[in-house]
Every structure is written in structure tokens, then in C-alpha cells.
Ligand binder design. Structure first.
Ligand SMILES: NC(=O)c1ccc[n+]([C@@H]2O[C@H](COP(=O)([O-])OP(=O)(O)OC[C@H]3O[C@@H](n4cnc5c(N)ncnc54)[C@H](O)[C@@H]3O)[C@@H](O)[C@H]2O)c1
Length: 249
């Protein structure tokens, strides 16, 4: 656990995606005082990991939702407002990656990847915006990828969705900065999680040689930057795509 402390006492955060990176971020937010509402299509793992832990359980609520579905997201945000009266922070980590060549990628797979990765970000950001505008305050962090910046083989669908998140983030930051809302994105390189497991085990040396720090990232490696961005230390940072990749690329 990396000790990076900020003051998020009383802040209400929505985190979508409770996989490798999402789970580490959720713990970091709670350790620093925030209440967290977690939205994921599969919650068993995160519930087992921290939902039963006395330290975390009073500061977290779970909603099983498909974030690519606009109406399920609207319901989640309505419940958040009913329960907590506000939403200060939104972290979008939901993502899917099924590597395949363009010849093997079906139109359905293309649509699904764009829908889950990019529409989810739209659904959540649109959903919280009214409340953040009224509050004149809000911090949003989206998760893009090095694949959306430099491309990655076997990933035209994934890379396109992640490039879309970059354009979305920079555009939204320009639009809502006047309301005191900061919108940034983090672009990880290769971080250990279920998503990267196959890539890491099948091509370890190839990728390690491209990483100056010569190791894969751990989920905790992204937490400090998320905490900085959502805390007062991040008040003058917006529209940025922040690379966390060990120097890769
Ligand atoms: N791990 C990496 O190496 C890496 C690299 C670059 C970018 N990223 C990005 O970081 C983010 C987090 O990645 P991760 O490694 O934690 O992935 P992960 O696979 O561990 O977690 C993704 C989570 O999203 C959830 N999810 C998938 N589809 C959903 C849907 N329709 N509705 C709700 N939840 C859904 C999954 O259940 C899972 O809990 C992703 O956006 C990913 O693209 C990861």
C-alpha cells in the first residue's frame, strides 16, 4: 500500500469498474475519507475483497449495473443523490479488452467495445454533470490507455475507444471548466490486473524491454495520481492526459 494522503473527508465519489485498478482506487478514496458508490456488472470479487472488511464496509455501497446502459446509470446517479445529496468525484475505470486482429474482429465485437468503453464514460459524465454544475464543483477522472495514444496491435476496437476517451476528456474539460469542474484522464501502460494477465504472461520479455523502469505497473501505482487529481492539490489541473506507464513509449 502506497501512503499518499489527501483530505477527502465528507466527499462522495462514484467509481465505475471494480477490477484491478478500480479496487485499488476505491480503497485509496476510502482511506482518505470519501464515501464510495461502486458500479460494476460483477461485484462478487470486490464485495469479498473489501465489502466484508470492517474498515471499508460503512463507507461503501455497491450497485450491480451495466454502465453502457444509459438508464441503469441514471438510476445509479439518482440513488446516489437520494442517499448522499451530492456527487463530488467520478472515476470511470470500466473497460473491456478482447484482443483480436481486424480480420477476426466482428462488427458486434467492435460495437460492444466502443459501447462499453466509450458510451459508459458519456453516460456517467452526462449523468453527474447537472449536479456538479449546480454545486460549481466536481472532479472527474477517466481511464484511457497507451493504446489510445500510440496504438496497439490486435486492438483496433480497444485503441479506438480509448482514443475516443482522450477527445471526450479534453473537450469536456474545455466546456465545464467555467463551473469549477475538472476533467482529466489517466493513460496507463501495462498494469497487473485481469485485463493485462494474458499479455503479461505470454509476452513478458517483449514488453519489459520497452519499459525503462523495467517492471509492469501495480494497481497501487495509479492511486496516488487519482488522489492528487481529485483533491484540492488538483484544483488547477484539467484537460490533461496523464501517463502512468514506467516510461513506456
Ligand atoms: N490493466 C492495464 O494494463 C491497463 C492498461 C491501460 C488501460 N487500462 C484501463 O484501465 C481501466 C481499468 O482496467 P483494469 O486493469 O482494472 O481492468 P479489469 O478488467 O481488472 O476491470 C474492469 C472492470 O470493469 C467491469 N466491467 C466490464 N464491463 C462492464 C460493464 N458493461 N458495466 C459495468 N462494469 C463493467 C468488469 O467487471 C471489471 O470489474 C480500464 O478502462 C482499462 O482499459 C488498463
Amino acid at each position: 500500500m502506497i501512503n499518499f494522503n489527501v483530505n477527502l473527508q465528507g466527499e462522495v465519489a462514484i467509481v465505475t469498474g471494480a477490477g484491478g485498478l478500480g479496487a485499488a482506487i476505491i480503497k485509496g478514496l476510502i482511506r482518505n475519507g470519501a464515501f464510495v458508490i461502486v458500479g460494476d456488472i460483477k461485484l462478487d470479487k470486490i464485495k469479498k475483497e473489501i465489502g466484508e472488511d470492517n474498515f471499508y464496509k460503512d463507507k461503501i455501497s455497491f450497485l450491480e449495473i451495466d454502465t453502457s446502459d444509459f438508464y441503469q446509470v441514471t438510476e445509479m446517479i439518482n440513488k446516489t443523490i437520494e442517499t448522499y445529496g451530492k456527487v463530488d468525484i467520478l472515476i470511470n475505470t470500466v473497460g473491456i479488452l478482447r484482443e483480436s486482429s481486424i480480420l477476426e474482429t466482428s462488427k458486434d465485437e467492435w460495437n460492444k467495445t466502443l459501447h462499453v468503453n466509450l458510451d459508459s464514460v458519456f453516460n456517467l459524465c452526462k449523468g453527474v454533470m447537472l449536479y456538479m454544475v449546480r454545486q460549481k464543483k466536481g472532479k472527474i477522472v477517466n481511464f484511457t490507455s497507451i493504446a489510445g495514444q500510440r496504438g496497439s496491435s490486435l486492438s483496433v476496437h480497444y485503441g479506438s475507444s480509448k482514443a475516443g476517451i482522450i477527445g471526450f476528456t479534453m473537450s469536456l474539460a474545455k466546456e465545464v471548466g467555467c463551473y469549477g469542474i475538472n476533467v482529466n484522464a489517466i493513460a496507463p501502460g501495462i498494469i497487473r490486473s485481469d485485463m493485462s494477465k494474458k499479455k503479461i504472461t505470454t509476452t513478458t520479455e517483449k514488453y519489459l524491454n520497452q519499459i525503462p523502469l523495467h517492471r509492469f505497473g501495480e494497481p497501487e501505482d495509479v492511486v496516488g495520481m487519482v488522489l492528487l487529481l481529485v483533491s484540492p492539490a488538483g484544483d488547477y489541473i484539467t484537460g490533461q492526459i496523464i501517463n502512468i506507464n514506467g516510461g513506456m513509449g
